[in-house]
Design a protein around this ligand. Sequence first.
Ligand SMILES: [Zn+2]
Length: 338
Amino acid sequence: MEKSKICRRCVLVENGVDVRLNQEGVCNICLDYSEGGKTDNLQRNPLESGFIKILNKTKGKGEYDCLVMCSGGKDSTAALYFMKKRYKLNALAFTFDHSFESKEALENVKNAAEALKADFLYFKSEFMKEMFCDILKNNSKAVLCHVCSIWYMDIVLKTAARFKIPVIIGGWTKGQCSRKAESARERFDEKEKEFASMSKETKEFLNMYKKTNPKYRDFPLSMREAITRAGKKHKCVILSPHWFLPFESEEYVEIIKRELGWKYAALSYPAKSTNCELNFISVYNSIKYFGYTHYHVEMAKMVREGVLDREEALKNLEINFDKTLLNKIAAKLDYRFD
Ligand SMILES: [Zn+2]
């Protein structure tokens, strides 16, 4: 098989549809970028002042000042730490578990919430299992991480409404951080060319699936839809932790290791991340169907903006798991990869 071609400027992989390389081996996204496409992402300048302005307006308005979406990863754990220790806010730690969360991640959240004396809401549900299973069995190209993130956001918004919480700290990696405060960006933003096929496949699947499976009748088609729907009942803003965390993650990783006993997961994709078990399957399928994953898109963006070294990104994106692991996880969904 021909080796996949990687853009020589960023880390995106040519897939012939959304990402195409020119004669020099540079992708269309990088070319658009160098022509002055995007400007306002990923600035090194701290956005903390904007963040404090929002907090000052909303503090004390709800049963909690903020809800922190805690995955057990370094960013969300540090976010909880900052909310409690630096900003002295009444923060609710919220973790959802679709029954594929790793023990290590859950351990991290529990330790952090206990050490920080934060109220902690752990939501475990098998609601998504049937959908995950059908995506695999029908060889659908819908992205597992995409449907999962929509569901996660929907639950978070409902929880924020329940406790009248004005601020949600969540969102994704630094590569997804936006300066816009109005709300989180869709992790798989269909307006971004890199995500065009992934978003289309996911949306088409959901559209069809909702109609045939009454259990998922009310499932939002996109994160945008979940946010719009929730906004009619309760107003809140969703802010990325990268508005206030130190730019270099080593800085806050040190703090949470020391003060909260936080640990890196032994194995997670990409390297040095903390993701759920299902993520391995989602990554495998994304590469199979689209040539790359949303992590490639996020890191490519950081490489382009000069805040991540290309070699380091490529190293972190190397596949670090095999079919044995995939099948161990897939067994929970009664599925097998050949
Ligand atoms: Zn590129």
